[in-house]
Design a protein around this ligand. Structure first.
Ligand code: ATP
Ligand code: MG
Length: 223
């Protein structure tokens, strides 16, 4: 479903060029949760951004559903991101002036899903996330764990093939972090999504099918 072949990203830092991600290959199937662990600065977010077509690799290829996106023009990338990917971030990134349900509906609005269908999908997803009683709340009146569950529901709303989550539990205490990982696993498996999760959270290992370690831009499979 998602594959990187020998991807490298170079950044210029002053007069130096550093390889934030160095010749990394990874393949993730549908229904698989791949976890990438590694210390701060090891390149996790850079790798996820390349996998999610947010950042172009310096070299190497990214294949989305078997389709090599390396050569496609920049202007096509937003459409690929919208169609194929759901994104979840550490700091939730919810729209503060929209309710939980409206936040979940936004992704479907971009895809021109009719209003009634949007509403139904949002209600179903939020119920699956245990937020049936919180749908009309604004983000400011939700706990961190609830906000992240809304963000996961939103990421899945447009039915992407792939879910990318960058440190989704880093802002949460351990009970909420665990609930969010549990939810992510349950929803992704039920819907056959390929998931790539970057996290330093050691508990995340229990929720992953494959585990990789990233150190200084080099990726090694641990499990
Ligand atoms: N835009 C940029 N320009 C220059 N260097 C960058 C840029 N973005 C990231 N880097 C460098 O690339 C390396 C990898 O950064 P990245 O953010 O991918 O790490 P990370 O593993 O996600 O770290 P964290 O756990 O802190 O989120 C770091 O050394 C960082 O300083
Ligand atoms: Mg990061």
């Amino acid at each position: 479903m998602l594959e990187a072949r020998w991807v490298t990203k170079h950044y210029r830092q002053g007069t130096n060029i550093v390889a934030a991600v160095d010749r990394v290959s990874i393949a993730v199937r549908e229904g698989e949760i791949a976890l990438i662990i590694g210390p701060s600065g090891s390149g996790k977010s850079t790798l996820l951004s390349m996998l999610g077509c947010i950042l172009q690799p310096t070299s190497g290829a990214v294949l989305v559903a078997g389709y090599d996106v390396s050569g496609v023009p920049e202007r096509v990338l937003p459409r690929i991101r919208q169609r194929c990917f759901g994104f979840v971030f550490q700091s939730f990134h919810l729209f503060p002036f929209l309710t939980a349900r409206e936040n979940v509906e936004t992704a479907m609005r971009l895809q021109k899903v009719p209003r009634e269908a949007r509403r139904k999908t949002a209600i179903d997803l939020l119920s699956d996330c245990g937020l049936g009683q919180r749908m009309d709340f604004y983000p400011a009146s939700l706990s961190g764990g609830e906000k992240q569950r809304v963000a996961i529901a939103r990421a899945l709303a447009a039915d992407p093939f792939i879910l990318l989550a960058d440190e989704p539990t880093a802002s949460l205490d351990s009970a909420n972090g665990e609930a969010v990982l549990e939810m992510l696993r349950h929803l992704a498996l039920a819907r056959g999504k390929a998931v790539v999760l970057a996290s330093h959270d050691p508990r995340a290992r229990h929720f992953a099918d494959s585990v990789y370690n990233l150190a200084d831009g080099r990726l090694n499979r641990l499990r």
